[in-house]
Design a binder for this molecule. Structure first.
Ligand code: HXC
Length: 257
């Protein structure tokens, strides 16, 4: 598939996906979301890729769903378009997904960043769920994912007033991993991806899956799930290699098997 609204770049073991509607502050129209879903699905299936960085540009990660595209639609149009099946597929990406956020991460843009596994932000990043100001509410996980991460009181304030929070506030809320100067956020995210890309991809996949379970189930079932994945890793060559390398005081060479 040829991509127009996003672009792809590759570094060893890492893919960089850039949202590419700069004039519209990377507003997430249906075409962009379709391309993003296709790109992520294909990267998820590519054994050469171990981690994915998702970014916008310095001015805007994404300013939300495309308001102009949605404004005249009715409920049944929205139902038929079924845009959230695209979002569900993004949520199911098995490889680590790191958002590199600068400028606006609003509405669906904030939700897209939250769908990623980690967020590196520039000092200029602004996070918000301003849907309330245009007569709607978050629809791609904002009331659920945001609330689980930052708690009810802060989520209520953000969602009911539409206020933006700074990168520093987002860091203090536990919403993001790190804040760096605008010149550095993308490289910082790539460095984080590169660190993870050196690990056993099987262990990374099962660890990601297990952490995500913590948000989806109760403790007993979560611990059971974690234990099964832990046992499963002892069937991998990477476990033997990783432990042997430690004993022999050398770097591990993981093969993803
Ligand atoms: C369509 C958008 C847009 C959006 C910006 N633009 N955000 N177009 N959908 N979400 C367009 C503007 O219309 C304008 O194009 C251009 O981008 C630049 O925007 P300005 O408003 O001129 O820039 P600025 O004054 O700097 O203000 C930036 C901003 C503001 C604060 C980000 O644009 C804004 O409030 N945007 C909407 C944010 C929002 O409400 N997001 C939530 C959407 S609902 P033109 O051609 O007019 O100059 C949502 C629901 C998610 O996300 C549900 C799940 C998918």
């Amino acid at each position: 598939m040829e991509f127009i609204k996003i672009s792809l770049q590759y570094a060893p073991k890492i893919a960089l996906v850039e949202l590419n509607r700069p004039k519209e502050l990377n507003a997430l129209n249906l075409q962009l979301m379709k391309e993003l879903k296709e790109a992520l699905a294909s990267l998820d299936n590519d054994p050469e890729i171990h981690a994915i960085v998702l970014t916008g540009n310095d001015q805007s990660f994404a300013a939300g769903a495309d308001i102009k595209q949605m404004s005249d639609l009715g409920a049944i149009d929205m139902l038929k378009i079924d845009q959230f099946s695209t979002w569900d597929q993004i949520r199911k990406v098995q490889k680590p997904l790191i958002a590199a956020v600068s400028g606006f991460a609003l509405g669906g843009g904030c939700e897209l960043a939250l769908t990623c596994d980690m967020i590196i932000a520039s000092e200029t990043a602004r996070f918000g769920q301003p849907e309330i100001k245009i007569g709607v509410m978050p629809g791609a996980g904002g009331t659920q994912r945001l609330t689980r991460i930052i708690g009810k009181a802060r989520a209520m304030e953000m969602v009911l007033t539409g206020k933006f929070i700074s990168a520093e506030e987002a860091l203090s809320y536990g919403l993001i991993n790190k804040v760096v100067p605008v010149e550095a956020y993308l490289q910082e995210a790539i460095n984080l991806a590169a660190k993870i890309a050196k690990m056993s991809p099987i262990a990374v996949r099962l660890a990601k899956e297990s952490i995500n379970r913590a948000y989806e189930t109760h403790m007993d079932e979560g611990l059971h799930f974690e234990r099964k994945n832990f046992y499963l890793l002892f069937a991998s060559e990477d476990q033997k290699e990783g432990m042997q390398a430690f004993i022999e005081k050398r770097g591990a060479k993981f093969k993803g098997r």
